[in-house]
Every structure is written in C-alpha cells, then in structure tokens.
Design a protein around this ligand. Structure first.
Ligand code: B1M
Length: 216
C-alpha cells in the first residue's frame, strides 16, 4: 500500500497537480504512513524526475516551478508530522539557509525540519542569503552550527565565502559549518574547510549531532 502511495505522490509532483498532492498527503497521514518515507520515496523521487525532464528539454521553467509548488503543498502537510511535537533538550543552535544567488529552498527546509525534530533549535533564514546575513544570524542566535545549502554549481562557491566570513568575524572556532545540496560532495566540503557534509536530511541529523558533540 505504501509503495502505491509513494508512486501517486511522485506522479502528482511530476504532473504538477497540487490538489492531488494535497489530498494524497492527507490520505497518507490518515493511513499512518511514515511522513519522511512519503517525502523521500514519493515527493523527492517525483521532483528528481522533473529535474531530469528539465535537463533533457522536455520540461521548461514553468513546469519546474509548478512541480516545485506542488511538492511544497504536500510538504506543508507532511513536515509538521515529522516534528512529532515532543519536548526535548536543545542539542545545539543551528542557523540554516540557502546561499546567495540560490532560490532552491525545499531541501534546505527539509534538513531544518529534521534537525528541529531531533532536538536542535533551528533558525531558518531562508534563501538567497549573503555571507554577511549568515554571520548576522549566527551572532543574533548565538548559533553553534551553520548550515549552508547550495543547489547550483555556480552558487556552491558561496559556501566557501561563508566559511571565510566566519573566520574574518573571529567566529570560526565557535561555530561549526555543515554544507550540503545536490552538487556538493564530501571532497568539496573538505576542500573549502567545512566541518561537515551531509548528502541528505537524514545524514544531516547524524552530522549535526557529531558537530554538536552530542550522542545520536
Ligand atoms: Co532548479 N536546478 N533551477 N529550480 N532545480 C536544479 C538544481 C538542476 C539540477 C535541474 C537540472 O538541470 N537537472 C539545475 C542545476 C544545474 C547545475 O547547477 N549544475 C537547476 C537549474 C539550472 C535552475 C535554474 C538556473 C533554471 C533557470 O532559471 N533556467 C534556476 C536557478 C534559480 C536560482 O536559484 N537562482 C532554477 C530554479 C528552480 C525553481 C525555482 C523553479 C525550483 C526551486 C523551487 C523551490 O525550491 N521553491 C527548482 C527545482 C525544484 C529544481 C530541482 C528539479 C529539484 C530541487 C529540489 O527541490 N529537490 C533540481 C533538480 C534536482 O535536484 N534533481 C533543480 C528536492 C529536495 C528534497 O532535494 O534540494 O537536493 P535537494 O536537498 C536534499 C539534499 O541535497 C540535501 O538534503 C536534502 C534532502 O534530502 N541537502 C542538504 C540540501 N541542502 C542541504 C544542506 C545541508 C545538508 C544536506 O546542510 C546544511
């Protein structure tokens, strides 16, 4: 039953059918399906296929936007169910955002939600944020971890700028930097001096625990 639901969720994203996606997300929760599995095995699979259709020239920007908006409608229903509502001790304070010049928000938001659900106090500063805006948020929130997401090969360079800016602000020793996003790799993270790299939202939680020096 769950496989069928994942397929339907993926198809709703591919077709850009927001009403279907919304109804299916509600149905999935009513059926007691795991919201994270619905996101990972359903919605994410759908948006990945949309990315492939875009890359091959079958889809254009409007379709990309409609599919992303469809995914967000379903995420808005599934994400609150990830949080579980349980009170937990704060493991660390995270400032997370998407770097300057980059408008991709879905993965970053999912990582933030997963960290929040796992005991981190998360401040999501949004998308298209400059290194200076990251630094300001770190100071304002007394953050212990900075999470920088980048989905474009052109914008991943901004992750390095954030690390340099933290250094210049004298904050590098107080704050750990985690980077991620589709084009980012462990070797790139090492190259720019990031403290951690996560491939997806689940491993982001493990990495954040390690950076916070807390048992997972
Ligand atoms: Co864009 N886009 N996009 N896009 N888009 C990609 C990234 C692309 C690969 C599509 C393609 O060509 N196949 C391509 C990038 C090519 C490249 O750089 N090599 C691309 C392009 C080219 C563009 C534009 C330039 C298109 C144009 O205008 N001609 C443009 C750029 C705009 C800009 O940012 N300045 C653009 C625009 C858009 C939309 C706005 C339409 C839309 C985003 C809407 C939104 O977010 N509100 C969009 C979308 C939806 C995509 C794809 C299809 C899907 C991205 C997504 O949401 N994935 C994407 C193709 C793809 O990735 N396969 C594509 C689902 C999400 C759950 O996964 O974001 O990867 P992801 O996050 C994962 C992991 O990466 C990781 O965990 C998450 C959860 O598992 N992760 C982290 C992410 N951040 C992390 C941070 C961490 C740790 C882990 O620590 C801090």
């Amino acid at each position: 039953m769950s496989e069928e639901m994942y397929k339907k969720l993926a198809q709703a994203v591919i077709d850009g059918e927001a009403d279907d996606a919304e109804a299916l997300a509600r149905q999935a929760l009513d059926q007691g399906l795991d919201p994270l599995a619905c996101i990972t095995n359903g919605l994410t699979k759908g948006i990945q296929q949309v990315g492939e259709l875009f890359a091959s020239g079958e889809y254009y920007l409007p379709e990309l936007i409609i599919s992303a908006d469809t995914m967000k409608v379903a995420m808005d229903i599934l994400e609150p169910a990830l949080a579980g509502g349980q009170e937990r001790e704060v493991v660390g304070r995270v400032v997370i955002g998407t770097v300057e010049g980059d408008l991709h928000e879905i993965g970053k938001t999912l990582v933030g939600t997963m960290l929040s659900a796992n005991g981190f106090q998360v401040t999501d500063i949004g998308v298209d944020k400059t290194a200076a805006e990251f630094i300001e948020a770190v100071k304002e929130n007394n953050a212990t971890i900075v999470g920088a997401s980048a989905l474009l090969t052109t914008t991943m360079l901004q992750q390095k700028k954030i690390i340099e800016a933290l250094d210049e602000a004298g904050l590098k020793n107080q704050v750990k930097v985690m980077v991620g996003g589709a084009p980012v790799t462990q070797s790139y993270a090492d190259q720019i001096g990031a403290d951690g790299y996560a491939e997806d939202a689940i491993s982001a939680v493990d990495i954040a625990y390690r950076l916070a020096d807390a048992p997972a």
